[in-house]
Design a protein. Sequence first.
Length: 395
Amino acid sequence: MSQNEEKSLAKNGEIELVGVTKRFDEVVAINDMTLKIPAGTYCCLIGPSGCGKTTILRMIAGHDSPTEGDVRIDGRSVVGLPPVKRGTAMMFQSYALFPHLSCVDNVAFSLKMRGMPKVERRKKAREMLNRVHMEQFADRMPAELSGGQQQRIALARSLVTDPHVLLLDEPLSALDEFLRVQMRGNLRQMQKELGITFLHVTHTQMEAIAVADLVVVMDHGNIDQAAPAREVYFRPRSTYVARFMGGQNVFSGQVVAVNGKVAEIEENAGGRFTVPVQETAVKEGESFSFAVRRDHVEVEKAADDTVLKTEETNAVLGTVGMTEYQGTWVKVTVEREGAESFVAYIPDERFFAKPVAEGDRVIARWSMEAMHPLVHEGDEDMSRLFGEDFNPGTV
Ligand code: ATP
């Protein structure tokens, strides 16, 4: 691809959903959604099964139309346009390669459909194979390739029509863990090189934050938060996002006092907390939820008769329910009577210098900087996401 071509592609691929609602009879799959994805963004749509991710991809691709609202690509409404006129391409999780066609013919297929002469389309397909580092496999059949190689052929096939937007529906879910991590890096690299918009649907939180510039967390046909990966993970907006994305513990209680930018919170289980509240107007007597970063929680063994000092805040007593070695850190789940269990990620060396074990009585502490307020939205029933036995320690 020439520099000029790369430059012109870099300006393309802006997606806008404007007040989009999609109904299937009684089911509201998408509910008045407005979202702008800037050109050249790697965007991940994440949310539980049935929240409407695929419906969004299908409306952008042209396989479905909104019941209300507008879908725009590069400023132009595409509602009613057939898929081939939208400048989009789609890559599915099954890859859907034609088993009877060689790799180069698989890649060239859509150019054939568009009437491009054989020599020209094969040349273009080989260029595309070159871009995904698969030129040496051009004459192989799909069955003679590994899963990762098939994925790259599928990617080349999607990109051969020079789309401005690539829509990827769970592109990595058919791969084993090792390949998945490798391939997500390849996707990110390809997106950067091409400078087009990738819109990638996934169920996997770590996949979304690893690749995306913009993470869109969905729930029930609504967007709960759309922000850069680090913000969604470390500054979740709501109790729902905090729980769904992981990496955080959620505590709830009542506001008992507000001192400037600090709210004092008491929970039914006895914990007392001082939470920074710059961004939220809070009043005494209100219920209040906040998140605590799991990697900022310190856990220390405590004697059975330990009680918290009355002046001590941001500390709770509990019992270790489980420890799980995760390499760089150890995941310690702490159970509490009358409250949700919570999790601490303790760096490996620190944990083994002073280990705790299942059944140990512990005191957990964290600093004010590890906490931030949450709005109650979309999490009226987390058990529907994680089953009746929902326990944040298992996420
Ligand atoms: P998953 O992660 O399981 O693929 P999703 O987030 O992609 O789920 P969608 O496939 O977009 O969810 O579905 C959103 C809602 O719309 C669901 O309640 C689904 O049952 C409903 N739905 C989707 N397609 C249709 C259809 N053609 N007819 C009726 N209902 C539909």
